[in-house]
Design a protein around this ligand. Sequence first.
Ligand SMILES: [Zn+2]
Length: 54
Amino acid sequence: MCGEQRCASCGKRFSPRPQNPGQQYCSEKACQRDRRRRWQNEKQRTDADYRDNQ
Ligand SMILES: [Zn+2]
């Protein structure tokens, strides 16, 4: 098996942790920040949709 994954932020290859095989970002601080920002964007978007539906 290949255990290698390409980071969705910086494009570098990294080995995902066994506890988190679906990991898409490496452990670089910048990439973790990017992951968090994208997650927040997504959440804000879905929250906006939710509000509009009220
Ligand atoms: Zn990265």
